[in-house]
Design a protein around this ligand. Structure first.
Ligand code: BJW
Ligand code: ZN
Length: 257
């Protein structure tokens, strides 16, 4: 289809899904995973940190790394892109935000109830009985020695069964939370416009979401400064950052700001 103006599409849309990845939070100072120089996987090995096997083998290494990341997120603030997503929700009440991010920046920008497909840094739980555990009251010092991977921190123990508490995120090889995946699927089937923002589209099953939207007749608009695996499924590719493109779209759709 010929490229329609994305602001016009937004103004006409009745049911919107905003599907976000790590690039959404990049301008808040939260690193992505796969960007060549700055991504987490350029500095850390995902197999040693983001798998259930890694946690079983080295719980203090994995817990310490996630506590360091939680501290970084607590210091970060939502950016203009997060604000624009909340503004879309205000203009189009039938908007659902589906995020792969484990930070809470959508919530802090005012998004109502974003669906967290890959869990959250703020919902630790028991690694054995699944009982939710409170996030620790203190977080590690800012520039921890994690570059050398010496930032070990023993995880707390479950109040019920004594097993180690684990981060509430979805690791490689784990199933996505059923309730999140079904709520996301329902929203995507019913939407007429889907924005995919700041995701490489490489991690499944989350990366299926734009394809499902396209197959069910929605228009797909991608916001990303780089080409991605999702370029082909997007009807409109907007090359730029979340904090540049999204506020501009909102302003052009409704004359805000
Ligand atoms: C900007 C920007 C700016 C920069 N503005 N943009 C099919 C084929 C092959 C493998 C598989 C398959 N299906 C499943 C798998 C296995 C695996 C997988 O997908 N592997 C691939 C990597 C090959 N999937 C899984 O294991 C999943 N589970 C599963 O499949 O379970 C099946 C099962 C069934 C039954 C029983 C048991 C299991 C789980 C995947 C969990 C992913 N977890 C992580 C870590 C979360 C915790 C943590 O934070 O540490 O989730 S991995 C990491 O990748 C994180 C992210 O949510 C996810 C996606 O990354 P994202 O958000 O796209 O970030 P990047 O860095 O990749 O991209 C950033 C983008 O932003 C770039 O495009 C930039 O250009 C852009 N950008 N600045 C806008 N300012
Ligand atoms: Zn327990």
């Amino acid at each position: 289809m010929p490229e329609r103006d994305a602001a016009e599409l937004l103004r006409d849309a009745k049911r919107v899904v905003v599907f976000t990845g790590a690039g959404m939070s990049a301008e808040s100072g939260v690193p992505t995973f796969r960007d060549a120089l700055t991504g987490l996987w350029a500095r850390f090995d995902p197999k040693s940190l983001a798998t259930p096997e890694a946690f079983a083998a080295e719980p203090a290494l994995v817990w310490g790394w996630y506590e360091w990341r939680r501290a970084e997120v607590l210091r970060a603030r939502p950016n203009a892109g997060h604000d624009a997503v909340a503004a879309i929700e205000a203009h189009v009440p039938d908007t659902v935000v589906i995020t792969q991010n484990v930070d809470d920046l959508h919530e802090r920008a005012g998004s109502r109830t974003p669906i967290h497909l890959h869990g959250s840094l703020f919902t630790p739980r028991c690694s054995s009985c699944d009982r939710p555990a409170p996030p620790p009251a203190t977080t590690p010092a800012p520039a921890g020695p994690h570059e050398e991977l010496d930032g070990r921190l023993p995880p707390p123990s479950c109040a019920d069964c004594g097993a180690p508490v684990r981060p509430g995120v979805v690791w490689f090889g784990e199933q996505l939370p059923t309730h999140a995946l079904s709520a996301a699927t329902e929203a995507v089937f019913g939407c007429d416009l889907l924005f995919t923002v700041g995701t490489s589209g490489l991690v499944y099953p989350a990366a299926e979401i734009p394809y499902v939207a396209a197959r069910s007749g929605a228009t797909v608009v991608q916001v990303n400064p780089e080409p991605t695996a999702l370029d082909a499924v997007a009807d409109v590719n907007l090359r730029g950052t979340a904090a540049q493109i999204l506020p501009d779209l909102v302003a052009r759709a409704w004359g805000d700001r």
